[in-house]
Design a protein. Structure first.
Length: 287
C-alpha cells in the first residue's frame, strides 16, 4: 500500500512542480507559508484557561487546525478542536512532522480516587475488542479499519500535576507505518483539557521529550483549577481516571475520533494537484 501511495505522490509532485494550475489555495511547495502561526500567550476559546506557546512550537488557531486535520490530513471533522501546537522546526509536509491537538470537555470534576487501582492490561484488552467491533461501521462510512496494537507508553496519573498520560499504537488499514496517539488529560474544576499528539510511533521519543513543556504551557484561570473545586456547587463527573483511559469520554464519537498521521502527505500532494485526484486517492486510501 505504501509503495502505491508513494508512486501516486511522486506523480502528483511532478505534475505540480511542472507548473500545473491548482484548484486549491494551498501550495504543495511550502504550505506553511500560507498558514498564520502564532506564538506568545493564547486565550483559549473554552476551558477558562490560556496557552503560553512553549519554546520550539508554533500555534494554529481553531479554523486552521480544522482545515489541516480534515482537508489536509484526511480525518473526520472534529469541530471541538481549539487549536494545534506544531514543532517550529518541522513543516507539515515533512515525513517526521507531528503535532498536538488541543480541545476541552466540560464534563465536570474528575475524582481521582481510583488512580492507583486501575488494571491497565484489562483496559487494553477491552479497548482492543471495542475497536474491532467498530470497524464495520468505519468501513461503511469510508474510513480504514483500525487495529489497536497496544500501549505505546504505559498509562500513568501524575497526582501532583493532576495530569493523566497514556499512549496507544494504532494500525490503520494496511499502512506500513503505525500511528501514535499520545494522550494527555489536564484536570480542572469543571472539566479537562485534552491534548492528543498526532505522530508515527517513530516520533514517540521526541514527543515524550516535549511532554513536560506542553503540559506546562496550559494553565487554568484562577478559580478554575482542580484545587478550586467546591463540592457544594460544582458538578462531579460520572467519569473516573480509569474511565478516561478507557475512552468513555469519547463515547459520542468513539474511535472515529482517532487521528491519522500518514494520510497527510497524500492529502497535501493532492491539494496541489487538484480536487479530482484528491478524491481518487482518498477513496483508495480509505478502502
Amino acid at each position: 500500500m505504501k509503495n502505491v501511495l508513494l508512486t501516486i505522490l511522486s506523480a502528483l509532485l511532478a505534475g505540480t512542480l511542472s507548473g500545473q494550475e491548482s484548484d486549491s489555495a494551498w501550495s504543495i511547495e511550502d504550505p506553511d507559508q500560507l498558514l498564520k502561526y502564532e506564538t506568545g500567550v493564547i486565550t483559549l476559546e473554552k476551558g477558562n484557561g490560556k496557552l503560553t506557546v512553549p519554546d520550539g512550537f508554533r500555534y494554529l488557531d481553531k479554523t486552521q487546525s480544522i482545515y489541516v486535520l480534515t482537508e489536509l490530513w484526511g480525518n473526520p471533522v472534529d469541530s471541538e478542536v481549539l487549536g494545534m501546537l506544531v514543532p517550529a522546526n518541522r513543516g507539515l509536509l515533512e515525513q517526521t512532522s507531528w503535532a498536538f491537538k488541543i480541545s476541552y470537555d466540560e464534563l465536570g470534576y474528575i475524582k481521582d480516587d481510583d488512580a492507583d487501582d486501575i488494571d491497565y492490561d484489562d483496559l487494553l484488552k477491552e479497548q482492543q475488542k471495542e475497536v474491532e467491533a467498530e470497524n464495520p461501521e468505519r468501513i461503511k462510512l469510508g474510513y480504514q479499519p483500525i487495529q489497536l496494537i497496544g500501549w505505546a507508553s504505559d498509562p500513568y496519573y501524575d497526582k501532583e500535576k493532576k495530569v493523566l498520560h497514556w499512549a496507544r499504537e494504532l494500525k490503520f488499514g494496511n499502512d506500513s507505518i503505525n500511528t501514535l496517539n499520545y494522550n494527555l488529560r489536564i484536570l480542572g474544576r469543571k472539566g479537562i483539557f485534552l491534548l492528543n499528539a498526532i505522530a508515527s510511533v517513530h516520533e514517540l521519543p521526541e514527543v515524550k521529550q516535549q511532554i513536560n513543556n506542553v503540559i506546562g504551557s496550559i494553565e487554568f484561570d484562577k478559580g478554575s483549577t482542580y484545587a478550586d473545586f467546591n463540592p457544594d456547587v460544582d458538578e462531579v463527573a460520572a467519569w473516573t481516571i480509569g474511565g478516561l483511559v478507557a475512552g468513555k469520554v469519547l463515547a459520542k464519537v468513539g474511535f472515529f475520533a482517532l487521528i491519522v498521521k500518514f494520510w497527510k502527505v497524500i492529502a497535501l500532494a493532492a491539494a496541489g494537484a487538484g480536487a479530482y485526484l484528491w478524491k481518487m486517492i482518498k477513496g483508495r486510501n480509505a478502502a
